[in-house]
Design a protein around this ligand. Structure first.
Ligand SMILES: C[S@@+](CC[C@H](N)C(=O)[O-])C[C@H]1O[C@@H](n2cnc3c(N)ncnc32)[C@H](O)[C@@H]1O
Length: 295
């Protein structure tokens, strides 16, 4: 996708990594297939969880025959070929988000935003809020801020970019939260970092979309890849100028449209599948019902 965006003439500016802990690997069991091809018998084993417990009937997948008659739970088997335990895919834990920009037509970004309003990133509008007063105090006392930057050139750039005047006068903007970064975590991934450093609050958090969120304002949203409204709102706000237009050429069930409306932007969406288009229309018409999802 990124190669195609670049081939279409955009500059690739960054790649945001949305890191999550809830993915399931869609992997082919090579050992099982090898045994089938070679006619090897496989030993039926009891499935045991790491804590030693066994799955209850309700936790097991159910197998039905061609007449939809339940014929039992699947058997867990183990083979002995050299390929036992081999698969074809890793567990997905990362969704890349491409940040691209149309090449500037003017000489500088400032000239470009004056002419077209676009080309910049809304840093202050997307700062990552502090988890509590203590976190804010630590940040302002420079635990992860300017005083840690020993290199004077880095300090100077930092001070220029954040409008800091002098060594310790920090302008109000900086107290709004941390600079938005190119990492987004879900809570599970953040917990791992938190346990190690206690510092995960410096990133934006977003879990994958829940069933409840998926079906707000509509009975069944059966689109396979619905995006969370809170995430899309953040991404729209990151690059869209005040009163600007968000264009989604692959709208699906319309999460970007809901998010654009919640942020007060205009929205143009395109979707090739008529059923998804209708779902998107219905959801976007009721965008106000989604405001409660914003964090
Ligand atoms: C990844 S989904 C978008 C999901 C969306 N973000 C949501 O939250 O529901 C991409 C959508 O693009 C649509 N699509 C793919 N190619 C298209 C095309 N050439 N023109 C219009 N829509 C297209 C697909 O039907 C699919 O619904």
């Amino acid at each position: 996708m990124v190669v195609n965006i670049e081939d279409a003439g955009f500059e690739i500016r960054d790649q945001i990594q949305w890191i999550y802990g809830s993915g399931f690997p869609k992997s082919h069991n090579i050992g099982k297939s090898v045994d089938k091809l070679l006619g090897n018998e496989r030993e039926v084993i009891d499935k045991v969880f790491p804590d030693g417990s066994k799955p209850r009937e309700t936790q097991q997948l159910k197998i039905y025959n061609d007449n939809d008659k339940y014929i039992g739970a699947p058997k867990y088997t183990k083979g002995n070929s050299d390929y036992e335990g081999w698969g074809t895919a890793l567990k997905p834990a990362n969704e890349p988000i491409c940040l691209a920009r149309k090449p500037l037509s003017e000489k500088t970004v400032a000239e470009n935003v004056i002419k077209y309003s676009t080309g910049g990133i809304n840093i202050d509008g997307c700062r990552i809020g502090f988890s509590d007063d203590e976190d804010k105090k630590n940040f302002i006392n420079d635990s992860d801020g300017i005083n840690r930057q020993k290199n004077s050139k880095v300090r100077e750039t930092y001070m220029n970019n954040t409008n800091i005047i002098g060594n310790h006068n920090i302008n109000d903007n900086r107290q709004d939260g941390r600079w938005p970064s190119n990492i987004i975590f879900d809570e599970e991934a953040a917990k791992l970092l938190d346990e190690q450093s206690g510092n995960s609050s410096r990133f934006f958090y977003q879990a994958k979309v829940s069933k409840t969120e998926r079906n707000i304002s509509i009975n069944t949203n059966n689109h396979p890849t619905v995006k969370p409204i809170n995430l899309m709102t953040y991404l729209c706000r990151l690059i869209t100028p005040k009163g600007g237009v968000v264009l989604d050429p692959f709208m699906g069930s319309g999460s970007s449209g809901i998010s654009a409306c919640l942020e007060g932007f205009k929205f143009i969406g395109m979707e090739m599948d008529e059923d998804y288009f209708k779902i998107a229309q219905a959801r976007i018409n009721n965008f106000e019902q989604y405001r409660k999802l914003l964090k």
